[in-house]
Design a protein around this ligand. Structure first.
Ligand SMILES: *[C@@H]1O[C@H](CO)[C@@H](O)[C@H](O)[C@H]1NC(C)=O
Ligand SMILES: *[C@@H]1O[C@H](CO)[C@@H](O)[C@H](O)[C@H]1NC(C)=O
Length: 230
């Protein structure tokens, strides 16, 4: 018998393919749903989109650093899992404050730059330059720890590996090592388990007189801030 398909056969096959398609879509979306709890498929546009549950889970967001505003905070453009936009295209884009997540580095304070008529602290510009050079345009992963009263998220940031540096670097640790970060000691501090290591690198930087520790007498950023708070 020749293998010819009757109309009914064709319709039947069509239904089967459709059914298989629906099952496939179902399985795929369930899978993506599961994945969405761990990695973000939707872009977290700004701090307002960070939910309490993301903070509870200490979720991590990955993206590109678009700007460094001060020695201890920066703006992150989140690139979720299924984002294939090129790095150059993202970095070349005009951004509003709403398009990026404002991140405050966890556990450390950098010298204060000039603000609202207050003079800059010594080494503030060096700290800012150091952070700019180290993370601007780079890929980082940020563990979300809390939101602060300035509308930022306090996060533990890591520079992702690169071909010439196949390991990650913790940004708060590196800032402190370079002598531009001192341990943040107010009650709302978040160390993410790094306090001992931060203490170690801070005392090392002091001993070696790196960065701001070159000064004879160092006014800690916290003291400077409370002085100007009046
Ligand atoms: C930022 O987003 C908020 C809503 O989340 C909106 O009210 C506000 O106008 C936006 N601002 C800018 C500059 O786009
Ligand atoms: C740096 O921060 C990340 C979170 O982004 C953390 O997982 C890692 O352990 C930290 N590194 C060090 C050396 O503490």
């Amino acid at each position: 018998m020749a293998m010819t398909w009757s109309k009914e056969d064709k319709r039947g096959a069509g239904e089967a393919v459709k059914a298989a398609g629906f099952v496939g879509i179902g399985v795929a979306s369930a899978f993506l749903g599961i994945l969405a709890h761990k990695v973000f498929i939707r872009r977290v546009r700004n701090v307002d989109m960070i939910t309490a549950s993301m903070i509870d889970k200490q979720a991590r967001v990955r993206g590109l650093v678009t700007r460094v505003g001060d020695g201890d905070n920066f703006r992150l453009y989140h690139t979720p899992l299924l984002s294939f936009t090129q790095r150059r295209a993202i970095l070349g884009r005009k951004m509003t404050a709403n398009d990026t997540i404002h991140v405050r580095l966890a556990g450390v304070d950098a010298p204060e730059t000039a603000h609202f008529g207050k003079p800059a602290q010594p080494y503030a510009n060096e700290a800012l330059e150091w952070l700019r050079k180290t993370i601007t345009g780079e890929k980082v992963s940020v563990k979300l720890l809390r939101k602060d009263r300035y509308g930022r998220v306090v996060g533990n940031a890591q520079l992702l590996a690169k071909w010439y540096r196949p390991w990650r670097k913790n940004v708060s640790m590196e800032l402190t090592k370079a002598g531009y970060g001192s341990i943040y000691a107010q009650d709302d501090a978040e160390y993410d388990g790094m306090l001992d290591r931060l203490r170690k690198v801070e005392s090392d930087a002091r001993r070696k007189k790196r960065g701001m520790w070159k000064q004879k007498k160092v006014e800690l950023p916290a003291d400077y801030k409370s002085k100007y708070r009046g």
